[in-house]
Write a protein that binds this ligand. Sequence first.
Ligand SMILES: *Cc1c(COP(=O)(O)O)cnc(C)c1O
Length: 435
Amino acid sequence: MQMISLKTPIPGPKSQALLARRKAAVPQGPFNIAPIFVERGEGATVIDVDGNVFLDFSGGLGSLNAGHANPKVVEAVTAQARKYLHTCFHIAQYEPYVALAEKLNAITPGKFVKKTLLLNSGAEAIENAVKIARYYTKRSAVIGFEHGFTGRTLLTMTLTSKVMPYKFGFGPFAPEVYRLPYPYTYRSELDENGMIEQMHEFFHTHVDPKQVACVVMELILGEGGFVVAPKAYVQALAKFCKENGILFVADEIQSGFARTGRMFAAEHYDFEPELITMAKSLAGGMPLSAVTGRAEIMDSVHVGGLGGTYGGNPVACAAALATIGEMERMNLPARAEKIGEILRNRALAWQKKHPLIGDVRGLGAMVAIEFVKDRQTKEPAKEFTVKLVQSCVENGVILIYAGTHSNALRYLVPLIITDEQLDEGLDVIEKQLFA
Ligand SMILES: *Cc1c(COP(=O)(O)O)cnc(C)c1O
């Protein structure tokens, strides 16, 4: 098991040379958290081209719940790659697609018959969930949430609510998208009941419920800063949706696959979303996404209405089957619960001594710390948070921030991280936090 080991200042000379090439050849649009180039990934660590070993507390932006280069996943990918890389599922079918659909139908919440469509990215999964919901309901309106993030394609960028950097300058946006306030208790004057009332009022002031095809909700905001929706709110919204023929799409792209202490966040809410979108940790780092839902809804679309050239690529399917197998074998949901406890206890101890820590929150290992300039005014402390992330990277821990105002530190540690690695990483963060 590797621990942090820094041999050069960060970035080292080899990373610096690659950074210069990157700058000349790649547009600045794609942002970068760590100014390093990777040589190897292993478990919860990343080794850069200068031989520096980092602890990765961002897990490939939540895609590596089962760890970097998980040996079982690598084995499955290699074995599949030797047989065939691609046929296009529309042209010649293959078993891994069907096997993964069967698996996702079985492990997602909802005690009804389900079917699964496979795609390439999270945004594409949301796009397809909305297409299916519109087709099935014959309605056009879609509801998203403030502070929500659904992706960067036209529709998903429209649904996304953070202007800078996701929407700024990219309009016009897609029509028939409405946005509910997120039940963000830390930043709301309303209590749970007030928020539920506000949600009902929304259907009088913004859109007729009979025009709404679906609501797309992250039960725990990902990019929005790991805000956990109250159970009563989600159940009230789900009930309203059911009564009005609106489909509930649970966006589990970041919260899914063991992160919250359950395989899916929806399991914490005792409800059954009609459709679930998945991506990120689904395939251990390979590009793959899925929409799983009630069979009757999934099957409503005509033949040829859904798909894509690479959707459900066989190598990605093999990776996903192995990744889910590893999650089950190692009981990663239980491990996430334990990791979450360690992260939360440490953060709560910091909060007692650190005036800028406004809120500590999360579910399972999906834990975030929100920084504010003043606990009374709750003014977001963005510069502080961004600087903290940078100094942690320079000291061997790759971290990422979140939140509409980029003032929350979010943990997306691979769930195979050891207690020793976790402690070492938290020691680095603590030192930078109180520096
Ligand atoms: C990352 C993310 C998306 C978009 O996924 P991409 O693969 O980047 O398109 C959508 N929803 C949530 C909750 C996400 O975290």
